[in-house]
Design a protein around this ligand. Structure first.
Ligand code: SAH
Length: 388
């Protein structure tokens, strides 16, 4: 009798502790957990680890956004999980299609912040351009996003969430696509969440994205670049160079005053590259600033000995951006000099300019804005309309 009573008492204590635990323990977001983390989170809540496979398949393969729709999980389990985890998905607020097929997606996050993601068709493959931060701290002189300043980092779930939303909206869940981390933000300034997002995207039970289909574009934050060189999941690397000397680059990309051109190039030379892979050097061309034949020759000399390809991006001009796009002639002349020095060169066709979805034009309107950002928006030309 005494034994039974004490068993009952310990059971009651257990229930009370469980209730207290559930009440105080934060609800992890299923979309921000890598599979091993999810397995652990499930196990500590008394569930079987293999449920993580099922959850990954539902969320990433089938595009389900609530637990109730996961029909091969027992109903009771679905209810328990709903009390223990959250499952958030960015909300698609607006989508706008350019005359060239590029589409810009405005997404609202759980806290009301807004970000943009872009779909670029046939480049030659399908590409999703996604954001890693709300705004950006890098303040590059020619970039509109930079005018917003950094508002906050995205979580891994919000980074992958953009891929989930775009894949659904475009009916591309089963299609092959590439991802470029070239939307809003500096991915290496949000290192941990970005890398976690890449691991979630690579998971064999989810999108199973090969890292070869992902390109991370960065201004070259040196310590983070060195760290990236040691990652097991290695995306393609693109460096936003934009000028061949510290004097010129320092004016365009302020962080260059901390991590200079030569240091970045040395780090690139040490960067482990798979066979046939090359580092892309992005070079936004600004009329009269970095587009002279002498600049081209300096750039060629700088990149000698680096496994590189150069992507020239004629500026996407915008009011509030104090630079101009060079003439096609100047771009061709520049490209030819690089090619004569045996560099691989491409000129980026600007996509989605009529809907301000082009590089460096992602800026969320209606968000809390800095005065510089307000001015940039005020001075924007009205979006072009496609001829009917
Ligand atoms: N912060 C990262 C990724 C985002 S920007 C980076 O800097 O690489 C993606 C690319 O768009 C970068 O090469 C950037 O320099 C370029 N870009 C920014 N503003 C631009 C503009 N107005 N016109 C053309 N390219 C621009």
């Amino acid at each position: 009798m005494v034994g039974a009573f004490s068993t009952l008492r310990s059971k009651v204590r257990q229930v009370v502790t469980n209730v207290r635990d559930t009440a105080t323990r934060p609800h992890p977001d299923l979309t921000s957990l890598e599979r091993p983390e999810l397995e652990e989170a499930l196990a500590t809540r008394g569930h079987q680890r293999f449920r993580a496979h099922q959850l990954f398949q539902w969320i990433y393969r089938h595009g389900v956004t609530d637990l109730a729709s996961m029909t091969d999980l027992p109903g009771e389990l679905r209810q328990q999980l709903a009390g223990e985890f959250s499952l958030t998905t960015p909300e698609l607020v607006h989508r706008e299609r350019s005359t060239d097929g590029t589409e810009k997606f405005l997404l609202r996050l759980a806290d009301g912040q807004r970000i943009e993601s872009v779909f670029i068709p046939d480049t030659p493959s399908m590409t999703f351009c996604i954001s890693t931060q709300v705004g950006c701290a890098m303040a590059c002189a020619f970039c509109l996003t930079g005018k917003m300043g950094l508002i906050r980092n995205l979580t891994a779930g919000e980074i992958v969430g953009q891929v989930r939303v775009l894949a659904d909206a475009l009916a591309m869940r089963a299609a092959r696509f590439n991802i470029v981390l070239m939307g809003m933000g500096e991915p290496l300034h949000n290192y941990d969440e970005t890398m976690k997002a890449l691991r979630i995207l690579a998971d064999e039970h989810g999108f199973a994205m090969s890292p070869r289909r992902i390109t991370l574009s960065t201004v070259g934050l040196l310590p983070a670049l060195e760290r990236l060189a040691r990652e097991p999941i290695m995306p393609n690397l693109a460096i936003s160079l934009h000028a061949p000397t510290d004097a010129a680059r320092g004016d365009l990309v302020p962080i260059n005053r901390k991590y200079g051109v030569n240091e970045i190039i040395e780090a690139c030379k040490r960067f482990p590259l798979k066979r046939r892979n090359r580092i892309t050097f992005e070079y936004v061309m600004l009329a009269g600033v970095n587009d002279s034949p002498a600049d081209a020759r300096r750039l060629a000399a700088l990149l000698a000995g680096v496994k590189s390809k150069v992507n020239l991006i004629p500026l996407n001009a915008a009011a509030g951006i104090p630079f101009e796009r060079p003439s096609d002639l100047a771009v061709d002349r520049f490209a030819r000099i690089l090619a004569d020095h045996h560099l691989i060169v491409s000129v980026r066709k600007s996509r989605g300019r009529d809907i301000r979805a082009a590089c460096g034009q992602l800026i969320v309107e209606g968000a809390k804005r800095s005065p510089a950002q307000q001015l940039a928006i005020l001075l924007q030309p009205a979006p072009l309309r496609s001829p009917q």
